[in-house]
Design a protein around this ligand. Structure first.
Ligand code: PAZ
Length: 323
């Protein structure tokens, strides 16, 4: 086994994590939505290209400290990477399952202000409102593009808050996407908790102050990337992310993750420069991908998704030759 904790195998750790996690609410509805979305995309009338579905994860997971949660440990991620990438994947012809942290950036809404409802609209009288002139183009674009993606069956959005919800939903999505074989892609941009308090060890009520120390034991979250590759969706094309603040260790850490979790690519990025350039680490090469500054409004995700969808297409072709 590639990862053991004491004498426990990874499978046993994963099982223990899922068995002790608070059950996901609406599992049945989520599974139904997923099945409908995937079936629609893989119906016989659609060509091979249209069957490509990517699961984009976005935003940070929380690790609650109390069962009736008031406090939690959070992971940094605004969701900008995931939301922007979703837009480019849709443009590239993918259907996208967008697994996102509630309240994080959303596809098609990046050019809107922080509080769009009150900033983009104004009252005309006591009963009516209108879009403010300055935002009319941005609001129209966001609504039209979002509507087209969702009603056209190209975009399915599923929210999470905690590490428990995230991993249970990722497992559901991956097992639902398994039928797509190599046409499935995972683009794992979410910042996922490395440590958590197991549900059974968590206090029920709000932790009381009164001591100088907060005494909570965090344990390592099982490395579910290996489960994804081995069991949940073994033929899918998998891209994970590695974030560091120390550029000296970034590429080594990304290369280690590539090998350890058998990823097809790891996108290495550094906190302060993550919107300017990233390095796509694969077993064959390391490719620096930069934002094209000569084009206004261009993002690093534009060339990144172009590169990854080309690599994915080559992977699908290779897989079909092997059958
Ligand atoms: O969400 P965002 O645009 O603010 O940041 C994106 C990111 C840095 C969270 C992402 O590119 C990333 O590296 N995710 C994986 C983080 C990790 O190593 O756990």
């Amino acid at each position: 086994m590639d990862s053991t904790n004491g004498s426990q195998t990874l499978e046993a750790q994963a099982e223990a994590f899922f068995d002790s996690a608070p059950p996901l609410q609406n599992t049945h509805q989520i599974t139904q939505k997923l099945d409908q979305f995937i079936q629609h995309k893989s119906s016989p009338s659609t060509n091979g290209d249209a069957r490509r579905i990517v699961c984009v994860t976005s935003g940070g997971t929380t690790a609650p400290l109390e069962q009736r949660c008031v406090r939690y440990v959070d992971n940094f991620s605004s969701g900008h990477r995931g939301a922007t990438s979703t837009e480019y994947f849709l443009k590239a012809g993918y259907a996208v399952i967008f697994l996102y942290r509630r309240g994080s950036f959303q596809p098609f809404c990046r050019s809107l202000p922080d509080d769009p409802l009150v900033e983009c609209f104004e009252p005309t009288d006591e009963l009516n409102i209108q879009v403010r002139e300055a935002y009319s183009e941005a609001v129209k674009r966001a609504i039209v593009d979002h509507h087209a993606a969702v009603t056209g069956g190209h975009l399915l959005k599923l929210p999470f808050n905690t590490i428990f919800e995230y991993l249970q939903m990722l497992q559901l999505i991956a097992t639902s996407m398994r039928c797509l074989g190599p046409c499935a892609m995972f683009y794992l941009a979410a910042a996922v908790s490395d440590f958590y308090v197991p549900w059974k060890d968590m206090v029920e009520h709000k932790i009381q102050s009164g001591s100088h120390f907060l005494d909570v034991q965090l344990v390592q979250v099982p490395k579910m990337l290996s489960m994804l590759r081995k069991d949940w969706a073994p033929l899918a094309f998998c891209v994970s992310f590695k974030l560091e603040t120390d550029s000296n260790i970034l590429l080594n850490k990304a290369a280690t993750a590539l090998e350890k979790y058998k990823m097809h690519a790891v996108v290495a990025n550094e906190l302060t420069t993550r919107k300017e350039h990233v390095v796509v680490v694969t077993s064959a090469d390391n490719i620096i991908v930069r934002r094209d500054k000569s084009l206004s409004g261009n993002d690093v995700e534009n060339p990144l998704i172009k590169l990854l969808s080309e690599r994915h297409a080559a992977y699908i072709k290779d897989s079909s030759r092997q059958v």
